[in-house]
Structures are given as structure tokens and as C-alpha cells.
Unconditional design. Structure first.
Length: 445
């Protein structure tokens, strides 16, 4: 335990994140799915029914802060215990202290940061004290507790999943730091909303990173009698990426994704790679880019090369597994493939025309021939009467009408002549000619 002295000035020397650390649930940022009005964890805290639990989530989402708030609400001693620097000896010492407090009617909240770093013997040392209520154990981990926490200990804890903060939550937090007297409220810091959004984007859901970056930017700002001015150049130096001032929710965001999409559509692979990298360097979430590639694969390539969709989905999964910076090469792989693939927007046109018909025309009933008849009454009403099973025919085709009468001759899908759609075009033509009684279906179609 650290010894305080008369010469300590903790408020001035502590990092910004520590100075403005929230002390109440109302001040806490994010985790609305757990702490919103009426949500389970909030109810447990407010009703003082806290039991041992595990907080699982990425760095900087408030695991330690939330544990401290819980200890304050439950009027319990709070011990911050690190799995990195502590062993069984330290565990036993803390457990002895908690046992003495229990005899005096005082509960102890033991917060164990990075609990996944404890080995089995160290984790087992907590078990008897958790079972008899000497401690309320709150473990924090960035790893899946199903694999990293002993089953015996995990079965005695509730697991709550904390999420990375959204950009709007980080921007709100940064704004409070600029106005909070414990932060920079007395220094009249001048920063734009765009700069705060840039910091939020850079922080990738990590509140600690966001506050540390803000602090660095303010400390490197230009001091004048009017206050502290943080310029774009100041912020770029702190972030170390010039393009991070690109606003993921603003015009430049849409300009860049438009440039990527249109470059791929034009089969300009070099331009497509360039715009994709510009977005990544600007702090764009790689999963957003991967989702747009999945859309492109069907909208602009479609049946001309159905492998494009597989490549795009695989790129999304790779981005999910690895994240930045490693996943950049997987996105480059997908962007290159999609740029070089044959193009067709036939699926997009078919989908849009069909949606327009559904919107403008009456909701046509399903033809009786296509309806199932699981009951006698349905059979009497001619449900399924005249249905023709395609697999019973040599051609695997029938003359049965599947569209409603009002749309009998409507065609939505018109294959192009690029890539595999050229063959599909010939097959679709042959099917139509067969149904019109003009020719037999060739075996190779």
C-alpha cells in the first residue's frame, strides 16, 4: 500500500483518466445494456444484491471503475488486486484481511484485474473465501472466461460482458473532461467537435486511450491569455496519423467509401487499394469496409462470379479474427479480387424491380398449386392441387406457373454476358424456350 505524504499533490500529477474517474452510476459512460434503467446489473447494484462476478470486455471500458462504484454503493472495503504482480502469498494476506473485516460486519469487494493471468492454483485460492462470503470477487478479463477462468470459480460468478464504447459515448466523455474542474474545466481549452470525433475514432472504443490522447493534445496546445488552442496539426502529432482527422460520420467518410466502391466497379484495382488504405489509415473500422465489400460482391458482381461473395465474407471473418493492423492484407486481397472480377448488376436490378412491384401492386395471393395441404379442409379447398414435382421429370422442369396471375409474364433477372453469367444467360433462354414448347433442354445446360 502506498504511503501518503504532506507533499503529495495527487490531483495535479495524476493522469486525466484518474482525475475524472466517475464515482456514481450516473457519471459512468457506456454499458447501457447492463447499467441502463431497469437493466439487470443496475438493479443488482441499486438493491445491494451484488454477488461475485466476472467483467469480460476490451481494455478501457470501465471494468475497474465499475468495480469501485459497486464497492461504494455496497458500503464495502475495496481492494484492487493485480494478477500481474501478485501470487498465492499476497492472496492469502488479502484473504486474511477480508476475513477479519467479515467478523466485524464489513464486506470486502476484491477486484482482480486480468484474472486470466492467475494459474489454477492461484484461482483456487479464492474459492473458500468466495463460498463463505468473506469476499465479493469481481474479476476483470479481456479473454474469454470460459477458457481462462477455472470452472469451479466461474460457476460461482456471474459473467457480464462489457462492450467497447461507441464513438458518441467517447465524444460525450471527452466533452465532459474539457468542462470538468477536475479535468481541464479551468483552462478554457478550445477544441472542435471534429477533433473530439477524431480522438474517439482513434481510441477504438477505449475510454482510457481517448482521455490520454486528449490530455496529450491539450498539453501540447498553444497557450494564450484566452486559454489553450489545440490545432489540427497539434492533434495530428499526438495521434501520429495525419488522416485520422477524417470524420467517420461526416462527408469525407462517404466520399472515401464512394471512391472505393466506384473504383472497384470500374475494375481500377490500384485506385481501389489506395482508397481502402486511406480509410484504414483514417481510423475506419475494418469491419465496416468488409461489410461494404460483401454488399459490392452481390450488387456489382453477382452471378458473374459467385466466388466474389465467398471471398468478401472470408475477408470479413479474417478482419473479425485478427483486427488491425494484421487484417489490412486480407482487405487488400478482397478488394483486388472484387476489382478484377467480371461485373454484373443484374441481381441488384432484379431485387430493385421486384421490390418496386411489391410496393406498387396489390399483395397477390400465393397460387393454390404452391400451397401445402396439411389438413383435409385445405385439400377440399384445392390447396396443392395440380402441383408438379420437378424431380419427377427428366428435365427437372415443369410447366407449372409459380408467379401470381397478375405477374405471370414478369421477368426480374436478366443475366449479362460477363463471366459465368454468359452461361446462365444461355441456360435461362433454354428454360424459357422449353416452357414455351420450342425445344428440349440440352443435357449440358
Amino acid at each position: 500500500m502506498e504511503q501518503m505524504t504532506l507533499f503529495d499533490d495527487r490531483k495535479e500529477t495524476a493522469p486525466l483518466a484518474s482525475r475524472i474517474r466517475p464515482h456514481t452510476l450516473e457519471e459512468f459512460a457506456g454499458q447501457e445494456h447492463l447499467l441502463g434503467k431497469g437493466k439487470m446489473l443496475r438493479r443488482l447494484i441499486e438493491q445491494d444484491q451484488i454477488s461475485s462476478m466476472i467483467f469480460w470486455g476490451p481494455p478501457g471500458v470501465g471494468k475497474t471503475t465499475l468495480a469501485s462504484i459497486i464497492a461504494g454503493r455496497t458500503k464495502a472495503d475495496f481492494i484492487n488486486f493485480s494478477a500481474v504482480t501478485s501470487g498465492i502469498k499476497e492472496i492469502k494476506e488479502v484473504m486474511g484481511q477480508a476475513e477479519n473485516s467479515r467478523r466485524m460486519g464489513i464486506r470486502t469487494v476484491l477486484f482482480v484485474d486480468e484474472i486470466h493471468r492467475f494459474n489454477k492454483a492461484q484461482q483456487d485460492a479464492f474459492l473458500p473465501f468466495v463460498e463463505k462470503g468473506s469476499i465479493i470477487l469481481i474479476g476483470a478479463t479481456t479473454e474469454n472466461p470460459s477458457f481462462e477462468v477455472n470452472g469451479a470459480l466461474l460457476s460461482r460468478c456471474r459473467v457480464f460482458v462489457l462492450k467497447a464504447l461507441e464513438n458518441k459515448e467517447l465524444v460525450k466523455l471527452l466533452g465532459k473532461a474539457l468542462t470538468n474542474p477536475a479535468g481541464f474545466g479551468d483552462q478554457k481549452v478550445q477544441m472542435t467537435d471534429r477533433q473530439l470525433k477524431a480522438i474517439a475514432s482513434f481510441s477504438n472504443g477505449d475510454a482510457r486511450t481517448a482521455l490520454n490522447t486528449l490530455e496529450m493534445a491539450v498539453l501540447n496546445g498553444t497557450v494564450s491569455p484566452e486559454g489553450i488552442l489545440v490545432t489540427d496539426e497539434d492533434l495530428e502529432q499526438c495521434i501520429s496519423r495525419k488522416s485520422l482527422l477524417y470524420d467517420k460520420n461526416g462527408e469525407e467518410h462517404y466520399n472515401l467509401i464512394s471512391a472505393l466502391h466506384k473504383s472497384m466497379r470500374n475494375s481500377d484495382v490500384d485506385a481501389a487499394i489506395y482508397w481502402m488504405c486511406r480509410m484504414l489509415e483514417g481510423g475506419e473500422n475494418p469491419l465496416y469496409i468488409a461489410r461494404r465489400l460483401i454488399r459490392f460482391a452481390s450488387e456489382d458482381i453477382g452471378m458473374a462470379d459467385s466466388r466474389a461473395l465467398q471471398i468478401a465474407v472470408a475477408a470479413y471473418q479474417a478482419c473479425h479474427f485478427l483486427g488491425m493492423p494484421e487484417c489490412d492484407v486480407h482487405l487488400t486481397h478482397a478488394v483486388t479480387y472484387l476489382s478484377m472480377a467480371p461485373k454484373s448488376n443484374a441481381l441488384y436490378i432484379a431485387c430493385e424491380e421486384c421490390k418496386q412491384d411489391i410496393k406498387e401492386l396489390n399483395a397477390e395471393p400465393v397460387p393454390l398449386v404452391l400451397r401445402n395441404a396439411p389438413t383435409g379442409l385445405m385439400k377440399e379447398l384445392n390447396y396443392g392441387k395440380g402441383y408438379e414435382y420437378a424431380h419427377d421429370t427428366e428435365e427437372k422442369l415443369t410447366h407449372m406457373q409459380c408467379l401470381p396471375d397478375a405477374l405471370k409474364d414478369r421477368h426480374y433477372y436478366h443475366p449479362g454476358i460477363q463471366g459465368e453469367e454468359k452461361e446462365l444467360r444461355e441456360r435461362l433462354k433454354a428454360i424459357e424456350e422449353w416452357r414455351n414448347g420450342e425445344k428440349h433442354i440440352r443435357d449440358d445446360l
